[in-house]
Design a protein around this ligand. Structure first.
Ligand SMILES: [Zn+2]
Length: 120
């Protein structure tokens, strides 16, 4: 396996999914074993580190290129929210969710959760 610092965003998410399913398996039955608990804790640590790196990469991507941080496509524009988003990856292209958004009440966390996405 590659070092976390050499992994791309898709590689990070793939590995996160793999580790998360391993953690779930541990938690589903064998949590009384101290070895299993330690293993799960170690995986969780790694998962957090991978999320941190993925978020850092996403930020750079957005700042520099203005494209979807996951697939690299330019995405679509929602007139209602005045935000660009990637319909395939379900992310806003500029991360202005919550307090950072100028949209009243804040943008929904994901485009799929936005009720007025296709309204003008
Ligand atoms: Zn995308």
């Amino acid at each position: 396996m590659k070092n976390i610092n050499e992994m791309s965003i898709p590689e990070l998410y793939q590995e996160i999914r793999r580790l998360e399913s391993a953690v779930n398996k541990v938690n589903e039955g064998k949590t009384n074993s101290s070895v299993a608990k330690e293993l799960a804790a170690r995986y969780m640590e790694k998962i957090s580190a991978m999320y941190a790196r993925a978020n850092g990469l996403k930020r750079k991507f957005r700042e520099k290129l203005g494209v979807c941080p996951i697939c690299g496509e330019p995405g679509k524009h929602s007139v209602y929210y005045d935000e660009r988003y990637c319909p395939d990856c379900d992310v806003w292209i500029e991360d202005r969710t919550g307090a950072e958004s100028e949209f009243e009440g804040g943008l929904p966390e994901k485009p799929s959760m936005a009720p007025h996405l296709n309204e003008a």
